[in-house]
Design a protein around this ligand. Sequence first.
Ligand SMILES: C[S@@+](CC[C@H](N)C(=O)[O-])C[C@H]1O[C@@H](n2cnc3c(N)ncnc32)[C@H](O)[C@@H]1O
Length: 173
Amino acid sequence: MLSVRVYDRLMDLARRSRPAIIVEIGTAHGAATIALAIGARAAGAAFHIYTVDPFSGFSSRVMFGGVDDNLRIVTAALSRFGVTDCVTVVVGTVTDLIARLPSGPIDLLLIDADGRIDRDLAAVYDRLAPDADIVIDDVDGDVYLTRFANRIYCDQKHRLTRLIVDQLRAPAT
Ligand SMILES: C[S@@+](CC[C@H](N)C(=O)[O-])C[C@H]1O[C@@H](n2cnc3c(N)ncnc32)[C@H](O)[C@@H]1O
């Protein structure tokens, strides 16, 4: 989960930028999806959100059950906020999402998945609008110890994300 302040800012961004096509990589249980949908709806223009999550494998979602269990949770959350009709939830990875995208540029991209932002950005790069807004989570650069499936992992997601973002933002030499 992100902080309430971040969800507020996502809502505000979607309202201000009036995106027609929004892509989210890392649905989890739809909190950010809902924030984006509420913001985009407030802008008053037509829009659709395509969001993808494997809900399996190394996903943090496995603690809530299998793919169907997680889909039920997401669908219920979207329904509770009345945004089901403007969201397509894709099970899988960015490759599966791209296959489901209609024509037209991606106006707003949110990446909050497993830290492989190089893979995700490369996959959607050709589909991004020239002035697309891109939001990337976990850029603080820290390294964390996390417990997953009874093992302790040295989680370098934030560190790698930071390094890649810095590299991408560096002036070309
Ligand atoms: C931190 S959560 C996302 C939280 C979400 N942005 C929110 O605030 O509601 C990260 C999610 O990324 C998903 N994920 C992991 N690997 C992924 C991948 N390769 N592609 C898409 N999603 C992935 C996980 O299953 C998990 O649900």
